[in-house]
Design a protein around this ligand. Structure first.
Ligand code: ZN
Ligand code: ZN
Length: 374
């Protein structure tokens, strides 16, 4: 499946903008989520910092299907210290910008994978910065892929350009190319040390980048290296203040890769085959249960879980752009002899829906959920 592309005309964008403004100025305020504060005297959650590590495009068959295999650190030491979800999926759009957008907004949406299209909804970074009153250095995107700077903002008119997190992406920012993951890890640690952020998303790209290049040896080496970096990151968080004992780490991927024999197999991804949809989640932190959780969850459940951990609210009404294909007959000028032509127009229709992602209850001990009124 090709990544859906926006090809709307200027007037289409104006209509879209008008529509969004009407929605969010007139309709939304009445439909926002209500606040659920825990009963007085309840001990709050211990998590003060959340790091989400996305190891881009790592297929189940090369990772969790054959452990310890290429991931000895994640499958032994880290797994023992946290909760592992083998039944975790990207059941939306299995390409990079969309997968990451699902993680940070809690919404599956088709989004241009090679351009500057922004997520339709505000992100956990923006909600957190707004509600905590903290500066932009309290939330970071640290990414090997330069194009993921798009995760810092949204198209939504009432949020666009506000409460944006800090970005450290690619060799030297957007348009400068992918950076090696070893350097991204160095940058992540430097930023953690300097700014002590509460929220950070890290993207490692080597497995995905080398797979697209058809370099199987380096694809596998990328998995081995990022497994080691994941452990180094967890050790760093456990050895250094202010992260020690109060930091939660999520390790996941944005999508898998095609099953062998489907659309070229491991090199590509992007459809709804089982290889693309099957991903994983490893969740480690001071508030979580340890062990394996068999319940099915998907990428959009991470955002509402982060919201619980860092104690902020997300809107319950979100925008979900859907791309519909419409055949449009071009107007004919009868004075000109020309062949009759049809053209295809992509029309973006907007729906609103209740946020489908829900926080992952199974991570928390039952007693705590009860105490917190969840
Ligand atoms: Zn990806
Ligand atoms: Zn596939």
């Amino acid at each position: 499946m090709e990544a859906p592309k926006r090809t709307d005309s200027t007037s289409g964008s104006i209509d879209l903008r008008k529509w969004l403004i009407n929605l969010f100025v007139l309709v939304l305020p009445a439909a926002l989520a209500t606040c659920t504060a825990p009963p007085a005297g309840t001990e709050p959650l211990r998590t003060q910092h959340v790091v989400i590590l996305v190891i881009d495009g790592t297929r189940w068959s090369e990772t969790w299907a054959a452990t310890p295999g290429l991931i000895p650190n994640m499958s032994t030491t880290l797994r023992r210290e946290g909760s592992f979800f083998p039944n975790f999926l990207n059941d939306g759009y299995t390409y990079t910008n969309s997968g990451h957008t699902a993680i940070i907004t809690g919404v599956n949406q088709p989004i241009d994978n090679y351009g500057d299209e922004l997520p339709a909804n505000p992100s956990i970074f923006q909600y957190f910065l707004k509600q905590s009153g903290k500066p932009a250095t309290a939330a970071w995107i640290v990414s090997s892929k330069d194009k993921l700077h798009i995760l810092a903002d949204t198209q939504r008119p009432d949020w666009k350009g506000t409460f944006n997190p800090s970005v450290n992406a690619g060799v030297n920012g957007p348009g400068t190319g992918y950076r090696m993951d070893s350097l991204t890890l160095v940058e992540a640690k430097r930023i953690l040390t300097t700014h002590k952020p509460n929220l950070m998303l890290i993207n490692f790209m080597e497995p995905d980048g080398y797979a697209h290049a058809g370099n199987e040896e380096n694809y596998l080496r990328g998995i081995v290296r990022t497994d080691r970096y994941a452990k180094q990151l967890w050790d760093f968080l456990n050895e250094n203040e202010p992260f020690k004992r109060n930091t939660t780490l999520f390790i996941t991927t944005d999508h898998g890769r095609h099953l062998d024999g489907i659309n070229g197999g491991w090199m590509e991804h992007g459809d709804n085959c089982a290889g693309c949809q099957q991903i994983y989640l490893l969740a480690l932190g001071p508030d979580f249960n340890k062990g394996e959780i068999a319940t099915r969850h998907t990428l959009i459940d991470i955002a509402p879980t982060v919201a619980r951990l860092l104690n902020f609210e997300m809107d319950s009404v979100v925008v979900v752009p859907r791309v519909d294909t419409t055949v449009v007959e071009l107007a004919m000028d009868t004075t000109i002899v020309a062949p009759r032509r049809d053209s295809i127009r992509l029309e973006i229709k907007m729906d609103t829906t209740v946020l489908q992602g829900s926080f992952i209850k199974e991570l928390f001990p039952r007693k705590r959920l009860k105490e917190l009124g969840l």
